[in-house]
Design a protein around this ligand. Sequence first.
Ligand code: AGP
Length: 374
Amino acid sequence: EQINKGKYEHYMQKEIHEQPESLTTTMRGRLIRGGSSKAKSVLLGGLKDHLKTIRRSRRIVVIGCGTSYNASLAARPILEELSGIPVTMEIASDLLDRQGPVYREDTAVFVSQSGETADTLRALEYALENGALCVGITNTVSSAIARKTDCGVHINAGCEIGVASTKAYTSQIVVMAMLALAIGGDTISSQARRAAVIDGLFQLPSKVKEVLKLDQEMKDLAKLLIAEQSLLMFGRGYNYATALEGALKVKEVALMHSEGILAGEMKHGPLALVDENLPIVVIATRDACFSKQQSVIQQLHARKGRLIVICTKGDAASVCVGGSCRVIEVPQVEDCLQPVINIVPLQLLAYHLTVLRGHNVDQPRNLAKSVTTE
Ligand code: AGP
């Protein structure tokens, strides 16, 4: 049943729309809601014998490729915050090219939907040789990465067929948020935040259902962008990853140049590209970086950029001052989980752009679902 398209035309479309269910499955049995006798908490069975070692590690290194790397980047802030351990990020091929440092005192986390990606697998072998504790986060039980890591967590997103990863991305972020909760101690000072993250996780499936209602709006936007050559996406903080992942989706399936840009870097080069012709997506949902994103929007307006702003419901007027822009309003969740919501309209945009431009949605040219050669 999982591998037929049901009422959908394409696997990518089906996989985008089944995210409320895939997220529910990812969390099933792992979160404790809390109540009179029990505290809110998280249980990751695959890690239970290793949590002490992980907590003692000098550093957490998260390693992946493509979308799996982007998901890791989205979860990095909450992993740093709750674990209190320095977190570094590595694209697997780059770690190998540099033969970068990996130590016995490190916990190396390998994120891969397929569990078979050659670069990630080689990086795992490298980390094992260097004596790091290796944790796997995969969607494929008994895949090479699941087998070779010391311990791990399955994301349980269900079979993903479309070459463009969608539901695995959101489930990977959720698993890494749960990993952050599992590593972090239940100190008095972190209790409120931990409870808010757990409540936020419980709310995600219904909030994703809500954001999926933007389908027609994103199709209309895709109609406007159909003939564009390029699309920039600006994000920062929790949503830098959203910009990278949104751009990756657009380029890999819609075959349109798209670049995710860290908004903090705008003045260090990318601003030179902005004129009245270039469409730019700005992710400006409510979090600690909101006022900085408001200022980015104003500066892009001043250069007459064609803006598409993703903002929190009710914020249209506060994000779109000083010029005209198209606003996509999304529901709000706990800030560290907002990337799970914000990517959905961009997945829908990439999907509709692809169909309208007449390209193969599920099997984009030159790409394979699992990259098994270096
Ligand atoms: C995602 O849309 C891409 N097709 C690609 O970047 C993919 O995420 C990457 O190849 C890593 O694959 P993995 O998660 O199976 O390791």
